[in-house]
Design a protein around this ligand. Structure first.
Ligand code: WTA
Length: 651
């Protein structure tokens, strides 16, 4: 079979073309001209309060605000004095007109079972589960852990928490029991909502068993609610564990949405930083909702008739913002799929697009690289003509993957939005506008209205075209994180101390001569494995917790599918490492963090290369892991013979 994808791989290495939005797309887009975008961007920069006050008319408020913006980064407050509820905005406000009978969620399970919830169904289920939470003793501000598969109950539980002012903390189902316990404790969660299991590549992921294992170390958790999903065996502890379907029986299908302050916490989401334990990124109600609502409209150009599919797991920020809050606040029809893209075969995603006539498709570069590897014959078997817009998120997209996405999936018809943002930013910050921006493969293009980025040196000096530096934000925006849960000092230090007066994103970037932004990846010790953030430090801590390990250094290396792979350099307390111990250490890390942190390489070393001041020379290790000749200055290396030893270990 001919393969336009593989032809493009060679040609795009020299790719300098730009791709203008099709005129037909621009003509119908929410933002349809460069002038319109520029006027919005300028207004938001010069008069943020005026701009965001106007945008806030797109939400429903119980009480209007006294001020739009108070304070300066990092201590900002948005929409003070107002009362609002995110659940009300995502559900209730759509019940008045025809959206009442519109599909809110079209769901397909991995085994092929399906469910459709209209907005009125979603309302009923959210109200009932909100009442269940209240019955279980959940009160305003209490934290509720959600550790669930991708099933509608997850969205229902999120919106039920939001409805009563409880704070959800979602833990991705791929994390281990240890990770669940850590997060339960940090958030001091009162209730955990889970399922017996979820389906992944035809196998059951046993979620309830992991919750059980976490609970002896989660003293604050009082109750567990279990959705029956797979029908697998679970242990139910009387008075602690309850079945979702039993609790839902007979509870009223009405529950008033609580009128919350704008800055009431909406959720905590844990993410990896370069040091210490995971950070509980905290988002608040009004600003987050406004950011996700407007960016869903601007970037995905959501229209009444769209069927929109974001393939992320809700356990990550992308799922929070662009499966739940953003699209539902816009009254969109959201497609949700439980399982793996290659189950029962590699055509599953394309089959789903054909079956549901998906019009907007948002996925990650790591998935795109897997699709390329699996071959064009999979997408070519299906009718993808319903697609009108494609999106990418999670890591820089290589130009060759971009070109493949454009040609094979978008059939040269669909604009691609490469969206740069973070757990901390809450909503998309830098992205093409699909009806406006001529795109360049690999660039996330321009800041959205309200976003004022800069690329600076460590001392805060702005850099010129094609000079790589640190990506910072010079102005606050409504959906920015407000704190790290329980550690406001760390919040200030991590994001606001690196470059004075700015939010520091942790990414390196450059502007090109046309003002396009190119993100170059992390500048700290954070790995981006399949679009998932992992800290090298967490993997190192897990390794060092093994009784035979003396010291460990973990670095990323380029990986064909995952973007970055995990390479662990390990020194032992005594004896020599062998293949058996490699397997054991690999398992050990999986157990401590989860399958997503599974090391790709474990290498034993007699010592780790350090500078004379004792710092591990990570850049050197990165070169070794990638099999590159090091360009690093090794003059400060403590013991040069170590370097030779590490290299010879590779053979
Ligand atoms: C990276 C995911 C380049 C970046 C929404 C960022 C990207 C980190 C892009 C945040 C993109 C995300 N181009 N890099 N379009 N999108 N990143 O918190 O390094 O899971 O800092 O949020 O992913 O990852 P997080």
């Amino acid at each position: 079979m001919s393969s336009p994808g593989s032809q493009s791989i060679q040609s795009v290495l020299k790719e300098t073309r730009t791709f203008a939005p099709p005129a037909t797309f621009s003509a119908q887009a929410h933002i349809s001209s460069r002038q319109q975008y520029e006027a919005m961007w300028k207004k938001a920069k010069d008069d943020p309060a005026g701009f965001w006050g106007e945008m806030a008319e797109n939400l429903d408020w119980f009480r209007r605000w006294d001020t739009v913006l108070q304070g300066q980064m990092p201590e900002t407050k948005w929409f003070s004095g107002a009362k609002i509820n995110a659940s009300y905005n995502c559900v209730d406000r759509h019940l008045k007109g025809s959206r009442r009978n519109k599909a809110a969620i079209i769901w397909e399970g991995e085994p092929g079972d399906t469910r459709v919830l209209r907005y009125q169904d979603l309302h009923r289920e959210v109200c009932r589960f909100a009442n269940v939470l209240k019955q279980l003793g959940v009160q305003l501000g209490d934290r509720v852990t959600l550790y669930m598969p991708m099933i509608p109950e997850l969205t229902i539980a999120m919106l039920a928490c939001a409805r009563i002012g409880a704070v959800h903390s979602i833990i991705f189902g791929g994390f281990s029991a240890d990770a669940v316990a850590d997060r339960n404790n940090d958030a001091q969660a009162k209730v955990v909502v889970t399922a017996d299991g979820g389906w992944r590549r035809g196998k059951e992921v046993p979620l309830k068993a992991a919750v059980d294992a976490s609970l002896d170390r989660s003293p604050t958790v009082e109750k567990v609610v279990v959705v029956r999903r797979t029908g697998g065996e679970v242990d139910m502890v009387p008075d602690r564990d309850f079945w979702w379907h039993e609790l839902m029986q007979g509870v009223p299908a009405e529950c008033d949405a609580v009128q919350l302050d704008s800055e009431h916490p909406l959720f905590i989401l844990y993410t990896s930083g370069s040091t210490g334990k995971p950070k509980g990124v905290m988002h608040t109600t009004a600003g987050y909702l406004l950011g996700t609502t407007m960016t869903s409209r601007w970037v995905f150009d959501l229209k009444e008739e769209d069927t929109y599919w974001c393939t992320a797991d809700i356990g990550w920020i992308t799922g929070h913002s662009y499966i739940c809050y953003g699209p539902l606040s816009n009254g969109a029809t959201v497609m949700m799929y439980e399982g793996a893209p290659n189950w029962p075969d590699e055509g599953r995603f394309w089959e789903l697009i054909e079956k549901y006539r998906v019009s907007i498709f948002y996925t990650a570069p790591t998935a795109i690289r897997a699709f390329i590897k699996w071959g064009n014959h999979w997408p070519e078997k299906y009718d993808l003509s319903s697609l009108r817009l494609l999106g990418s998120v999670g890591e820089p997209i290589n130009p060759e993957a971009w070109m493949w996405y454009h040609r094979v999936i978008g059939q040269e018809r669909c604009p691609i939005v490469d969206t740069w943002w973070q757990t901390e930013t809450g909503s998309i910050m830098v992205s093409p506008l699909p009806g406006v921006t001529p795109t360049k493969p690999g660039s996330c293009c321009h800041p959205l209205p309200g976003v004022v980025p800069d690329i600076v040196t460590r001392t805060g000096q702005s850099l010129g075209a094609n000079e790589g530096g640190l990506l910072v934000m010079r102005q606050p925006w409504p959906s920015m994180l407000r704190t790290l849960y329980g550690d406001h000092e760390r919040f200030k230090k991590t994001y606001f101390s690196e470059v004075a007066g700015c939010y520091f994103a942790g990414d390196g970037a450059r502007h090109d001569e046309d003002g396009y932004l190119w993100v170059m990846g992390r500048v700290d010790d954070v790995l981006n494995v399949s679009g998932h953030r992992l800290s090298t430090m967490e993997v190192e801590s897990a390794l060092v917790a093994h009784p035979q390990v003396a010291e460990a250094a973990v670095v990323g290396f380029p990986h064909e599918i995952k973007g970055e792979g995990i390479c662990c350099f390990v020194t032992l307390k005594s004896g020599e490492g062998d293949d058996g111990l490699k397997v054991e250490l690999t398992q050990h890390v999986r157990q401590a963090i989860g399958a997503l942190a599974t090391p790709d390489q474990v290498r034993f070393a007699t010592a780790l290369p350090k500078t004379r001041s004792g710092k591990i020379m990570r850049r050197l290790l990165r070169d070794i892991a990638a099999g590159r000749e090091s360009t690093q200055d090794t003059t400060t290396l403590e013991d040069l013979s170590i370097l030779a030893k590490l290299r010879s270990d590779e053979e």
